[in-house]
Design a protein around this ligand. Structure first.
Ligand code: KDG
Ligand code: MG
Length: 408
């Protein structure tokens, strides 16, 4: 048996997704997610112009060998485009292998280590009342963990905050169809640092100590600013503070660690285990935030999480709406199987997306389960996908109040 065809499907059911379809000579179809938000077509080209022809005729069962062939064989290593392309191939091959075995993928990864995967939702609001409404809504749905993002007085639309108002829950989508250029937002770290600790104090007052609270700094603080933030929010018992400093600078987290016991998570912009080498061996983080889709797939992510496990570091796999339901399913199978699971991000996809990607994972009182269909458990409906044409969309660019470009 061998790989007979490899195709790239680009579809936009509400937002853009790039999907790899691998078909074997005996007709088994494997799916992989290759979506890189705001740069989708580069991964599509990497796959269709450079990788597809290399895969045809290869033995679909040789997953490790194919991974090394694409990673080492390209000479040019790492980076989000390369690693998203390799991830898509890897996911599709695991999907095929599990379908051939007649088992859900998590069985091939060692079987379930737990009954379900604890997930956190995105609660946000432009002010405290809207935020509190969102938190209440998620608790009613059974969520036991929420990520909290809120507006900062004096700033307009900022990262992570839905402007849609109370009652609308699954609605924050940062990639904007803004024509040929990204939309722009403004930022001021001083106002943010002065505002946020009070928000957490009020949440604890109103919702008590049970709820797990998470927060995303989205790379905006300098090391000493992040240290101050982490120290100021210590009394409110955050589950984690995410991406407090820009991801490139691993040593920055030494300073944050020296000043605070707030748990730290980082990694959604990382692509390989090497981005974590200092962070893991020096125990500078508590959670690995990579996406399976952007880190070379299931093969690479399993190795990364096993490496983290040796240092007592747990998983917190990236799961926003720009990870397709296929990438999300890959995360859920890993979450269920590994021992050092921490938490899984869950930003449910909208109905349009779920008409194109037929999922079998289930949500029950704050926990997800990948389901027991053979493979990853997600099938792409190609006819439905063809009705949604790609539309260019960008993540926003961020500027300080004086116009200086800042990390978004
Ligand atoms: O494409 C960018 C998003 O995936 C990112 O902004 C979401 O930070 C994010 C998160 O933690 O989900
Ligand atoms: Mg994040």
């Amino acid at each position: 048996m061998s790989i007979e065809s490899v195709d790239v499907v680009i579809t936009s059911p509400g937002r853009n997704f790039v999907t790899l379809k691998v078909v074997t000579s005996d007709g088994i179809v494997g799916w992989g997610d290759a979506t890189l938000n705001g740069r989708e077509l580069s991964v599509a080209s990497y796959l269709s112009d450079h990788v597809a022809s290399m895969l045809v005729g290869r033995d679909e069962d040789r997953i490790e060998d194919t991974w090394q062939y694409l990673y080492r064989g390209a000479y040019w290593r790492r980076g989000p485009v390369t690693m998203a392309a390799i991830a898509a191939v890897d996911m599709a091959l695991w999907d095929i292998k599990a379908k051939k075995a007649g088992m859900p993928l998590y069985q091939l990864l060692g079987g379930a280590s737990r009954d379900g995967v604890r997930v956190y939702a995105h609660a946000s609001g432009t002010d405290f009342e809207a935020l509190a409404n969102a938190i209440t809504g998620y608790r009613e749905l059974g969520f036991t963990a929420v990520r909290v993002q809120t507006g900062v007085p004096g700033l307009g639309q900022i990262y992570g905050v839905s402007a849609a108002g109370p009652g609308v829950r699954y609605d924050y989508e940062p990639a904007k169809r803004s024509g040929d250029r990204p939309a722009e937002e403004t930022w001021d770290t001083r106002q943010y640092l002065n505002h946020m600790p009070g928000v957490f104090a009020k949440i604890r007052e109103e919702f008590g100590t049970d709820l797990r609270l998470l927060h995303d700094g989205h790379h905006r603080m300098s090391p000493i600013e992040a240290a101050r933030f982490a120290k100021d929010v210590e009394p409110y018992d955050l589950f984690w503070l995410e991406d407090c400093t820009p991801g490139e600078d691993q040593a920055a987290l030494r300073l944050v660690r020296q000043h605070s016991t707030t748990p730290l998570a980082i990694g959604e912009v990382f692509n390989t285990v090497f981005d974590y080498q200092t962070l893991i061996t020096e125990r500078l983080i508590d959670y690995v935030r990579s996406a399976v889709t952007h880190t070379g797939g299931i093969t690479a992510m399993k190795k990364l999480l096993d490496f983290a496990a040796i240092y007592g570091i747990r998983s917190g796999i990236h799961g926003p709406t720009d990870i397709s339901p296929i990438g999300m399913a890959a995360a859920l199978h890993l979450d269920l199987a590994i021992h050092n699971f921490g938490i899984q991000e869950y930003m449910p996809h909208n109905e349009q997306t779920l008409e194109v990607f037929r999922t079998s994972f289930t949500f029950d009182r704050g926990f997800l389960h990948p389901g027991d269909q053979p493979g990853l458990g997600v099938e792409l409906d190609e006819e439905a996908a063809s009705a949604h044409e790609y539309t260019k969309a960008y993540l926003p660019v961020n500027r300080l109040l004086d116009g200086t470009v800042h990390d978004w």
